[in-house]
Design a protein. Structure first.
Length: 417
């Protein structure tokens, strides 16, 4: 049930302004163009200006030239008895968008933010400028309302989510995540409550032997057969992991998938029918569900590489873990989840819909490095990010901004001033 106090804050949400914000931010193209050094700065300046207008203290930190993070804190004075257990709720978003591709394929110009059929169209409108604006509007409504929160709101609007996630990594390294007690990742999830996210690990194995004539293979050392043995063992490991870790209702089964298999390797010359290459390389794309231990899996795979190469002392290998992003799971009973769930029900009259994120988000970094409970929940169709004619539903935007208000008030605690 929405309380009168909550209603006073909800009444401070200006939907026309909110929709105008989503359009304005979408109209600032923030595709990273390394050759020009142009990225998210203009979009980040726009976000910073909104935060300053509502009186928040802001920080603007360049992660690399053209690629800044914006951080803003709403920190109301709190009675001293609450000082020790002060909570800090973070709303997380990113300012970068993926390329629009061929503009002529779009119905409207990709950065026009055209409104049709209750939708805003544009690259980044869905992923995730709408979510960013909902977090801004929720904070503004709370700040304007005169209602006092018993904790802080931190807005972390970072660069480079679509690439190597240097924005959120920098944010964590600068200490911004240290006092955060929970985070709502405002990515497009149709306002579903995504409490699990798949993890990913990429590993690369290079096996080196000795190149030779195909007619005289014994004068060299073949690397294809040891790689085949390694891959058979990797597949058996996948089967064991599937048995050991029951499928998640939201994410399905774990997987170990060879995605690149090369022999000869790059720089190893043109493939020829009668040449036995001197090396074979393989990349595994490993998708993790909560409960799996990526370090353990990497150790097992390295042992398999050693075993596969043990048959000939002239074989050698390089085993490399290129990237690890842990799977995340937040308990359904965690207050950041229950408050969002009750907000959704109170606003829509429907039961909350729980879900999982098949890829990773900036929230993965917050959870893996700082143990912050995260829930991914924001406006926008789940499947439309990165598509031509990307769009976001105006109704979902309005609901998300209100969900964020109620979740912040209920999670942090609120009272009349
Ligand atoms: Zn995104």
């Amino acid at each position: 049930m929405i309380t009168p106090l909550e209603q006073t804050v909800l009444d401070c949400i200006n939907d026309d302004e909110l929709i105008g914000w989503v359009q304005a931010l979408t109209r600032i193209p923030s595709v990273w163009k390394p050759e020009l050094g142009i990225g998210e700065e203009a979009a980040a300046r726009w976000v910073q200006a909104r935060c300053q207008e509502m009186g928040l203290s802001t920080a603007f930190e360049f992660v690399q030239p053209g690629r800044p993070n914006v951080i803003a804190v709403y920190s109301p004075p709190v009675p001293p008895q609450l000082g020790r257990e002060r909570k800090r709720l973070m709303f997380e978003g990113h300012t970068d968008v993926v390329t629009e591709g061929d503009p002529s394929k779009w119905t409207d110009p990709p950065f026009s933010a055209t409104i049709r059929n209750g939708r805003i169209y544009g690259r980044g409108a869905n992923d995730m400028k709408a979510g960013v604006c909902c977090a801004l509007m929720a904070t503004k409504a709370i700040a304007q309302s005169g209602v006092r929160l018993d904790g802080d709101i931190l807005l972390g609007i970072v660069c480079d989510e679509e690439g190597r996630m240097i924005g959120i990594k920098h944010f964590v390294e600068q200490g911004w995540a240290d006092q955060v007690t929970a985070c709502i990742v405002c990515e497009p999830e149709e306002n579903h409550l995504c409490i699990e996210q798949k993890g990913v690990m990429w590993v690369k194995l290079l096996i080196r032997g000795v190149m030779s004539h195909g007619a005289m293979p014994l004068t060299g050392v073949n690397t294809a057969y040891p790689m085949a043995r390694f891959l058979t063992m990797a597949q058996a490991l996948e089967e064991r992991e599937i048995v050991r870790h029951p499928a998640s209702p939201f994410l399905g089964r774990p997987s170990i998938t060879p995605t690149i298999l090369m022999s000869p390797v790059r720089g190893g010359g043109e493939p020829q029918n009668n040449v036995m290459p001197g090396a074979t390389e393989c990349t595994l794309d490993i998708r993790l569900i909560p409960g799996q231990d990526p370090d353990w899996i990497a150790t097992q795979l390295e042992k398999m590489a050693a075993a596969a190469c043990a048959i000939d002392p002239r074989l050698s290998y390089d085993f490399q873990v290129i990237e690890v992003r842990h799977a995340t799971r937040t308990d359904r009973e965690h207050p950041v989840v229950t408050t969002l769930a009750s907000a959704f029900t109170d606003l829509t009259g429907q039961a909350p819909i729980y879900g999982g994120v098949p890829g990773s988000t900036d929230g993965t970094i917050l959870n893996a490095r700082k143990g912050i409970p995260i829930v991914t929940c924001g406006p926008g169709d789940i499947y439309i990010p990165h598509h031509i004619d990307e769009w976001v539903s105006i109704d979902e935007i309005k609901t998300a901004a209100r969900m964020y208000v109620l979740a912040a008030m209920r999670y942090l605690g609120a009272s009349a001033r």
